[in-house]
Design a protein around this ligand. Structure first.
Ligand code: HEC
Length: 92
């Protein structure tokens, strides 16, 4: 295979990896996550972080949401989002 074709297929894999669809995308928790967490950046794929990291990230995002004037996560929303993210989290 010519080098350029190789590079192209490499990028195709890279891009499709980054744009990997969210797991279980039609579940209420996935929709809630996508709705609450895509205002400033795309919703990151839960596989990308461990459960412990998700716990930390959501805590770090809450003051950002508040600073941006967004309504805070209710405890139910936080619980569903974390359950979704941690249920599909990566292992390292
Ligand atoms: C008000 C804007 C805003 C909202 C809403 C928001 N984020 Fe973020 N997020 C950011 C910014 C800005 C960054 C860039 C990195 C930083 O400043 O920590 C970021 C980065 C991240 C990162 C990558 C951090 C890293 O260390 O690589 C993750 C994961 C993340 N956000 C998850 C979430 C989740 C989960 C939610 C929903 C609960 C959310 N974000 C909602 C602003 C937001």
């Amino acid at each position: 295979m010519p080098r350029s074709a190789l590079a192209l297929s490499f990028f195709a894999i890279l891009i499709s990896g980054c744009r990997a669809p969210l797991p279980d995308p039609t579940s209420p928790a996935a929709l809630l996550y996508a709705r609450r967490c895509d205002n400033c950046h795309r919703p990151y794929n839960p596989h990308g972080l461990t459960a412990a990291m998700w716990d930390l990230k959501v805590k770090l995002m809450e003051p950002k949401m508040q600073a941006a004037g967004m309504p805070p996560l209710t405890s139910d929303e936080r619980a569903s989002i974390l359950e979704y993210l941690e249920g599909h989290a990566g292992t390292e």
